[in-house]
Design a protein around this ligand. Structure first.
Ligand SMILES: C[S@@+](CC[C@H](N)C(=O)[O-])C[C@H]1O[C@@H](n2cnc3c(N)ncnc32)[C@H](O)[C@@H]1O
Length: 422
């Protein structure tokens, strides 16, 4: 461990705040920060565990609450020496079971607070491997050093190893260090890895083209949207469907979790005997093409042009004929959607559905809606609208983002009987 984390001793904890208060952690907020309510004073303290009792530095003072930071010496020990400084893992100091319990409670609370729904039985959460799982990461290069941003800042935290990203990406991180040492300026580098193949995408405000030679071991390389080497996409297989994914296209960052999620989509579709399915926010067609084997027709909508190009190519390389894709914003395409579709799959970005899409769903007559969400706050807000016409039949969680406070939800809604045909 000492060897792979060789940068650690160079990190210094920046002590600038003076004011200290005593805290006792009694719970967590939605971002996994410990909550203390000592003497009526609410204080949020990241990277603390329920039961922690001691002093913390006040780093922000607001009218109704404080934000605190425990001393480095009091911080919980984890297997990552960057944990205390890094914005990546908020929950690494909790056991896996504590993390899962946190996520279940968080979603149950948001469901109750935002959608006024109390579940009759506890939410089920599926756990997946918690280390070396991410297939995509963005690094920053400043002053010849590579790293992530420190928590809630744009200050560089130099790192030479990350326990969240695939091991092969840690090799690429070493190449990035060489690149950083050899080039002046600031860079942002996105790395994506499927199997043995790695793609790097460099963006920079520097006028001068850098020397890329240290990154030629990557399979594909882009600089300022120009291809430097390799294919314009990486390829991956999920549930026996091949996907080509270009760097501008979304793809789930956790392949194991993604497989569990898509298996649940298939089981919901079978359970509701879905026939014709709209796949809104469809990306490279991952859900559309996988479910094409169990339904009659699929129509996918996606705003990113490159993703729709990937989707059409993916349809072709998998010899699938019952799926069509349209490029545009979901909220602009309602009038062009084909009729006779009984089921909608929604998989929007973190911000959830916009008001036009919510109204469209309330005016339409879909038998079932499957809503996949990576942000329970916006999901539960949307449920509060959808429940006017649809009953929430099922909600399940998948821990697609272990060690972070994020969680993936999948919901099944059915149209209320009074709105149905019969
Ligand atoms: C969470 S991803 C889901 C992608 C896909 N379902 C999957 O599982 O890979 C959300 C997708 O919605 C797309 N998107 C964002 N806003 C959109 C909009 N207004 N209309 C259509 N697509 C949108 C994004 O480009 C992204 O591909």
């Amino acid at each position: 461990m000492e060897k792979i984390f060789s940068i650690y001793p160079k990190i210094r904890y920046n002590k600038i705040m003076k004011k200290k208060i005593d805290v006792k952690i009694i719970g967590y907020d939605d971002f996994g920060r410990g909550i203390s309510k000592e003497e009526g004073l609410v204080c949020f303290v990241p990277k603390t565990k329920i039961g922690y009792q001691g002093s913390c530095e006040v780093v922000k003072e607001k009218k109704n609450f404080l934000e605190g930071r425990v001393d480095l010496e009091d911080a919980p020990l984890t297997d990552c020496p960057f944990f205390f400084f890094c914005g990546g893992c908020a929950l690494r100091h909790l056991s896996r079971q504590e993390q899962l319990d946190f996520k279940v409670k968080k979603v149950e609370n948001l469901l109750s607070k935002n959608a006024h729904i109390q579940l009759s039985s506890p939410l089920q959460i599926t756990s997946v491997s918690s280390t070396y799982y991410r297939n995509k990461a963005t690094f920053h290069i400043r002053s010849h050093q590579v790293g992530y941003y420190k928590e809630s800042t744009h200050e560089l935290l130099p790192i030479d190893h990350c326990l969240l990203i695939l091991e092969k990406m840690n090799d690429a991180l070493q190449n990035l260090w060489t690149f950083a040492k050899e080039n002046d300026g600031e860079f942002e580098v996105m790395i994506r890895c499927f199997g043995e193949k790695i793609m790097g995408v460099i963006q920079s405000k520097n006028a001068r083209k850098p020397d890329f030679s240290s990154l030629f071991s990557l399979d594909s390389l882009y600089y300022q949207d120009q291809k430097i080497k390799g294919d314009s996409y990486l390829e991956v297989s999920v549930l026996n469907v091949r996907f080509q994914v270009s760097y501008k296209s979304f793809f789930q960052v956790n392949l194991e979790g993604m497989t569990v999620l898509y298996q649940k989509v298939i089981s919901y579709l079978k359970e509701t005997k879905a026939e014709n399915v709209l796949d809104l926010y469809c990306g490279v067609g991952s859900i559309s093409l996988i479910i094409s084997k169990v339904v009659q027709k699929v129509y996918g909508v996606e705003v990113i042009k490159e993703a729709v190009l990937n989707a059409n190519k993916n349809k072709e390389i998998n010899h699938i004929n019952n799926v069509e894709f349209a490029c545009g914003k979901v909220e602009d395409l309602f009038s062009q959607l084909p009729s006779g579709y009984d089921t909608v799959i929604l998989d929007p970005p973190r911000r959830g559905l916009d008001s036009k899409t919510r109204s469209f769903l309330l005016k339409s007559s879909f038998k079932n809606i499957i809503y996949i969400s990576c942000d329970p706050a916006t999901l539960t807000r949307d449920i509060s609208f959808l429940k006017e016409k649809y009953v929430l039949k099922k909600i399940e969680l998948i821990d697609l983002f272990p060690n972070t406070y994020h969680v993936e939800s999948i919901c099944l809604f059915s149209e209320k009987e009074e709105f149905g045909e019969s």
